[in-house]
Design a protein around this ligand. Structure first.
Ligand code: CP
Length: 304
């Protein structure tokens, strides 16, 4: 593979290789004072972010630096994009300066695919519109495998704003590839048209599905991508689809609670739930660095 554009780029062997590589990188660095490998010395990774990010941008930067690559952080704000420069011209400019890999986040679904047709280097999708966020799905799968010891047959419930969620799309695809069983729970207005053809079960009753879940993944309500017609009120949404301590108590003893972040505390997830021992939210962030190191290593390593 040259690029990672969506979860469907990975078959079961590919995805397992990424997770195994991330685990090997973690063991190689465990206990070391200097958490750095020389693998990508002399290579250049550009973080090309047209949309805001905390976790993804910083973890790709850390991942590239821990592999000894040179890293350029580009955000649209403060660049010549404000003068009207196109994605294509921006990408060709970066390539002319020697970018081997471009990590791109963009508000337009499909932007990384377009980019991949213009540049010779590797393109990694760091989230495009409502389409996909494949490295988030990989780090989520890595977290589940670490916590539960397996992915095959694991029952994952994904709850919330599925309509706007690239995290949900990538997770559904990747978890299915890896043999997990996915149930989506959302108000009908926050489910996409065409969800019937996804490899999932759909439910509107969160309380009913919780006892059978190994993993409960809460999604952020993406207020910036919706208007008032999507759900009646924040209070009503929280009552039916939010996770508070009482609702969490319906989960089995070993079940875990995930959230990709950023969270709306008090909306889709209560603060005490987010901070509880069942929550893997902070762990997911840490795992993101290892998984992104694995992705960059597999795409860019060995071709120097
Ligand atoms: N989970 C995630 O993509 O977070 P950021 O938007 O902060 O990168």
């Amino acid at each position: 593979h040259r690029h990672l554009l969506e979860a469907a780029d990975l078959d079961r062997d590919d995805a397992t290789l990424v997770l195994d590589t991330a685990a090997q990188i973690e063991s190689a660095l465990a206990g070391r004072e200097v958490k750095k490998l020389p693998t990508l010395r002399g290579r250049t990774v550009v973080n090309l972010f047209f949309e805001d990010s905390t976790r993804t941008r910083i973890s790709f930067e850390l991942a590239a630096k821990r592999l000894s690559a040179d890293v350029i952080n580009f955000s649209a704000k403060g660049s010549s994009v404000s003068k009207g420069e196109s994605l294509k011209d921006t990408a060709l400019t970066l390539e002319a300066m020697g970018a081997d890999g471009i990590v791109v986040r963009h508000s337009a679904s499909g932007a990384p695919h377009r980019l991949a047709t213009w540049v010779a280097g590797s393109v990694v999708n760091a989230g495009d519109g409502t389409h996909e966020h494949p490295t988030q799905a990989l780090l989520d799968a890595f977290t589940i495998r670490k916590r539960l010891g397996r992915l095959d047959g694991v029952r994952v419930v994904i709850t919330g704003d599925v309509l706007h969620s690239r995290v949900a799309r990538s997770n559904v695809r990747l978890l299915h590839t890896l043999g997990a069983e996915v149930t989506l729970v959302a108000p009908p207005t926050l489910l996409p048209v065409g969800v019937d053809s996804w490899p999932v079960t759909v439910s509107y009753d969160l309380d009913a599905v919780l006892p059978g879940a190994d993993v409960l993944m809460m999604l952020r309500v993406q207020a910036e991508r919706m208007n008032a017609s999507f759900f009646p009120s924040a209070r009503e949404y929280s009552r039916r689809y939010g996770l508070d301590a009482d609702r969490m108590a319906r989960l089995g003893d070993d079940a875990i609670v995930m959230h990709p972040g950023p969270m709306n505390r008090g909306m889709e997830i209560a603060a005490d739930v987010a901070d509880s021992p069942r929550s893997t939210i902070v762990e997911q962030v840490g795992n993101g660095v290892s998984v992104r190191m694995a992705v960059l290593y597999l795409l860019l390593g060995g071709n120097a």
